[in-house]
Structures are given as C-alpha cells and as structure tokens.
Design a protein around this ligand. Structure first.
Ligand code: ADP
Ligand code: ADP
Length: 237
C-alpha cells in the first residue's frame, strides 16, 4: 500500500527534519502521527505529497516511488492522494457542492455556477459523499455560511471525490471544539474502514488520537520513537 523506506529530508538551511524514517501502512489503517513541534510531522506529510522534495529514501505508493518522481509525474500521483487540511481550505464564495466538485478537477474554476457543467454522474457521486458526511441538507449553501465542523465535513467529501488511495490529513481538528473534534475523528475513521482506505493524520492531541486511530507513530527530532497500538503508548513518548 504505502511503504516508506529510510526517508531523509535535509532542508537547504541545514535542518535535518527526517533522519531515516521507515514504516508501511496497510489498506484501511488509520495512523496518527504525533510528536512535539519540530519533530518532522509536517515534513513527512509534505514529502509524501511532494510539496517538498525528499533528500533520500523511498516513498512507495503501490509500485511507484513518489520520492523520485519528476514534476510532470507528480500531477498524476497527487490525484491518488486525498488531502484534508486544518483550516479546511474551502473556497468561501462557492457552494458546498461546488467545493466538492472542485476536488474532482484538482483546481478551482473561476467562473460561477459550474455544477451544471459536470456530468450528472459526478454530481450524483458528490451528493452521495455529502450525504455520507451528513451534509445532504446543505449542498447549495455557500461555504462561508457553515460552521467549522460542517466545513471539515466538506473537506472530507472533497478529498474523497477523486477516489484516493491514501488520505493525508493535517491537524483536522485543530480549529474545532472538543465535541466536534471527536465527531470529525470518528467520521474519518469510519469512512476509512468502510472504504479500506489508509490514512495518515498529523494530530497534536494525543488523547484524541488514542481514542480513534488504529496505530500511532511517534516522531521526535526526525526519528520514529514509537510505532504501535494506541493503548501501548506511554507518557514518555
Ligand atoms: P513538525 O511538523 O513536527 O512541527 P516540521 O516538519 O515542521 O515539524 O519541522 C521539522 C524540522 O525541519 C524543524 O527543525 C524545522 O525548523 C525544519 N523545517 C521545517 N520546514 C522547513 C523549511 N521549509 N525550511 C527549513 N527548515 C524547515
Ligand atoms: P452564471 O451561472 O452566472 O451564468 P456561468 O457559469 O454561465 O455563470 O459563467 C460565468 C462566466 O464565466 C461567463 O462569462 C462565462 O463565459 C465564463 N465561463 C464559463 N465557463 C468557462 C470556462 N470553462 N472557462 C472559462 N470561462 C468560462
């Protein structure tokens, strides 16, 4: 599925963010990535979607090595990876449906009312996803009329629109209250189980991670210092 081998990231500034990180994820497995600030969590996520270029090692998604792809090949591979962001990254002036459909395009069109330009099958699929995340009554609302929890539900539906093989999720609950955070984590983990979809969630709230994820990987100073079941995690990681 996803196999990371001896991944290295050294920034031009000299910061050695990842020092030989290795792990593999099975289909349907939700991994919580934890560790103190500066541990390398964002660098790891950004290497996997190649927002930054690794300086060593391999990132194998199926048969291909993301670490060694050129710019042209990247577009293809990014379509196989769904991203969910802390601040949702929705387009405020677009409707819920339009935001989800933009996940299919991979970019945001500048023209208005573009839903009717999509094949009905795409719209039906987006509607089914919105129904699954609990937003079937809100499809035509503008994104800026939604609560934080609803916004993140749109973010989840948008990430699923392209049928990704992997979800990369950056601090999905950092802007949400505790109750909404639990609802969002539960939803993400349920959907991954239903679709046999693996996910890596960068999550600073260790208790929240322990409640929901299948496995925790702890990073510290660019190295894996814990990798196991959430209930095996002790205070000193
Ligand atoms: P975390 O997400 O766990 O807080 P990061 O991956 O952001 O960790 O950072 C890991 C290390 O890499 C830190 O020392 C940080 O200063 C450094 N770093 C992160 N991004 C950059 C960058 N763009 N340029 C230089 N150094 C960076
Ligand atoms: P409305 O729903 O308000 O009629 P439209 O979606 O029809 O809005 O289009 C709004 C504007 O965007 C129009 O000027 C149209 O020509 C332009 N437009 C529509 N589709 C595209 C496209 N695929 N590429 C570039 N411009 C487009």
């Amino acid at each position: 599925m996803l196999r990371i081998e001896a991944l290295e990231k050294r920034y031009k500034t000299g910061d050695h963010a990842l020092k030989g990180v290795s792990f593999a994820i099975e289909p349907g497995q939700v991994v919580g990535l934890i560790g103190p600030s500066g541990a390398g969590k964002s660098s790891l996520i950004r290497c996997i979607n190649r927002l930054v270029e690794p300086t060593g090692g391999k990132i194998l998604l199926g048969e291909i090595d993301i670490a060694s792809m050129n710019r042209g090949e990247l577009r293809q591979v990014r379509r196989r990876i769904g991203m969910i962001f802390q601040e949702y990254a929705l387009v405020e002036r677009l409707t819920v449906m339009e935001n989800v459909l933009s996940g299919r395009l991979g970019y945001v069109p500048f023209w208005r009312s573009f839903t009717r330009r999509f094949p009905q099958a795409d719209v039906d699929k987006a509607f089914a996803l919105l129904d699954r995340v609990g937003l079937s009554d809100h499809v035509d609302k503008r994104a800026d009329a939604l609560s934080g929890g609803q916004r993140q539900r749109v973010g989840i539906a948008r990430a699923l629109e392209q049928d990704p093989e992997l979800l990369l999720i950056d601090e999905p609950t950092a802007s949400l209250d505790p109750k909404t955070s639990r609802q969002i984590m539960r939803l993400i983990c349920e959907i991954c189980a239903e679709r046999n979809l693996p996910a890596i969630i960068n999550i600073h709230d260790v208790n929240l991670a322990q409640m929901f994820v299948d496995r925790i990987i702890g990073l510290r100073a660019g190295e894996v210092v814990f990798d196991g079941k959430p209930d095996a995690l002790t205070n000193d990681v």
